[in-house]
Design a protein around this ligand. Sequence first.
Ligand SMILES: Nc1ncnc2c1ncn2[C@@H]1O[C@H](COP(=O)(O)OP(=O)(O)OP(=O)(O)O)[C@@H](O)[C@H]1O
Length: 828
Amino acid sequence: MAAQNATHAPDHTPEHTSSDAVAPEPARDSGSAAAPAGLREREIAAEQTHLDRVYRRLEEKIHEAEFLMDDAAKRGQVGTPGAFAERDAQVFQAGVHLNRLNSEYEDFLFGRVDLLPGKDGKKGPDGAFTSVEPADGAVTDGHASIAETLHIGRLGVLDADYSPLVIDWRAPAAAPFYRATPVAPGRVVRRRVIRSKGRRVLGVEDDLMRPDVTATLDGEELPAIGDGALMAALGRARSHTMRDIVASIQAEQDLVVRAPAASVTEVEGGPGTGKTAVALHRAAYLLYQDRRRYAGGILIVSPTPLLVAYTEGVLPSLGEEGQVAIRALGSLVDGAEATAYDPPDVARVKGSSRMQKLLRKAARGALDAAGPAAPAPERDTQLSFLDEDAAPALSGPPDRLRVVAFGGRIELDASDLSRIRRTALGGTAPVNLLRPRARRLLLDALWAKSGAGRRYHDPELAAEARQGFDEDVSTEPVFQEFLDTWWPELTPRGVLAAMADERTLGRWARRVLGPREVRRLARSLGRLDARGRGPLSVHDVALLDELQLILGAPARPARPREADPLDQLTGLDELTTAADRASSGRSRRERLEEERTDYAHVIVDEAQDLTPMQWRMVGRRGRHATWTVVGDPAQSSWSDPDEAAEARDEALGARPRRRFSLTVNYRNPAEIAELSAKVLALAMPGMAAPDAVRSTGLRPRFAVASPGGRGAAAVEEALAAATVEEARRMLSEVDGTVGVVVAMARREQARAWLAGLGDRVVALGSLEAKGLEYDAALVVAPAEIADESPAGLRVLYVALTRATQRLTVLSGHRDEPDADGVPDLLRD
Ligand SMILES: Nc1ncnc2c1ncn2[C@@H]1O[C@H](COP(=O)(O)OP(=O)(O)OP(=O)(O)O)[C@@H](O)[C@H]1O
């Protein structure tokens, strides 16, 4: 009998909580020290034989695809429209093949399951048994025969006789590979993860789902090799980019990945439970399931550009890219690229849903402050509002309009003009769209003042005279210039700039914000110049988006949509179709990112962090979408979760929701999870921490920055020196990355301290650490992080849960460390 394996695949379903999670059965390991010599090599050789066969078949397919491309090119020489259409169809087909087959995946083939016969004996079109349950009597007296072996890979490959050589990981037949657990094994006896590079199989890792059964395949006992695939995956050093988890998705995660896309799928789980990974795999799965539907685009919203950069490679590694846009909250509005953070008290004001009311007032009020030196330039697209040069300066409107008509002067004074403005602004229509109405009201008033109406008793003659009057007056440069100045086309940036004036803002914000909030907001917007140019913060972007809606914009000239259905289906950048060539020649990706403001599916990562105003911005991009929303309330950096929950409900509307929870922490070893749970207990009393799936035996280290002298400078110096020393130590302890997390206010300082330590070390402000992970994490001055905002304890919890191997907590002068260096916040 084989030796016992120390590790295992955890079994959890969405119903399980951490307390009732079933301890997984250990699996046998014939490949450990106790395994017969040569067994591992024999198993690797067997998988190599299969992979060779797969590659031979792939080569045949590549030749077929190349032939198709050749043939398509020849047909293109016949210049009829029918021939073009046929060529496009063939190019599409061939391109799909080539793109997929030429891709050099590190592990094209990564999995295998050995299965008992299916219950009803029925087989599907791919020749696999369809039943997930084993046939009665499949196991007798602890013995069974393997009836079926399926290999799982990134794409499906059929042999020339249509038998499956590789099953696509997203196909229903692949589900048992992910779903089987020792507690609910279904037909799976052994799950194997195959490690390969290019065409070479490097290793295999097995998990036995029925460790008590002796199964035979072709008359020989089925062996199990290695330490378990999950543990092998988790043990690898981390780089600066996330890896896909396609070979080791766990059962509770797989339920989320494959959940039907109807309405809203909500996923909650603690740090490291795989929420981000699952969300990305779900995007790939949805595209596989219904490519036509998701040609409408999938938007993945991430909290920070760092997390976007970290996760960006996962979808291409799964063979998907073209239809998916991953955007940070600060770059969700075209043209805005905000990475700066407001201090917490300012962010609190800007993110609050009270801003809606204030922005509505400001948008209307800004007209009174407006008055550009030169007329606002023409705009031709809805999204040009971030074009900085286009924003008019705001300096006050003219208070008199004087025109010449019927040989005399007609004048409207300040009170006439303000009455007309009030009338024009009545109702809720977007301010910029009210300009034609204002123009008409001005002409009405001028006509009335001229007294000409009284001269005509015949209504027809009166109408004719009025028409002539309107034409004469409105084509006068003086009138046009007045209108451009008195009712300029407002830009969101221009309105934000107008809000930087504290007195004006105070007027607009009456009964909405308190005087302190007004001051903070005005000061923060003071970074913008009079035209609204200047650096935006992440929170400003949601305000711009709201203002765009309030202000409205002239209709865009119709741009031909992607009319060619083939084009919609490809998702491949290198393919061109007639429709592509007809359009401007920009890449598909550029077009997707520029034009889409409404997506077919929206995935929100770290959803707990969206402010109410950000929910409104994201909600507008998924009005007709299905949604996947993943998050963890315990990691929320937003101070008022109830207000955010309300905005989230509004964004998601009345759509039905399906809820899942993820309960296993794959990132942190138990030793780190145990420590971070202490902060969780302070931040969210009563909330359960996820179960760590492994333990390393390495306890977190506690260090203290001890100043050599008195005074603030000595304290700072000591913290800098200790940070560098601890970061160095970690670099020598791990092969991969080291993340140094400091309070936001210290971000730049920490970067300077650590410059020169190489690119394995990254300095992060606490809010930037969201979603990221490092082999080793150094959390500097935890009390500073906790005190930085009302949500500080939750932010500290995030910081403490970033490490996959080692954690050091460095206490500063506010941390009150005990004799062992343990800071006050982390003591029992
Ligand atoms: N099934 C799995 N197999 C291998 N690795 C996994 C699996 N699930 C998660 N991981 C790994 O665990 C780590 C944490 O995953 P991920 O970042 O998706 O978690 P998260 O729930 O989003 O965490 P956080 O809330 O802290 O952002 C990643 O390195 C991920 O690759």
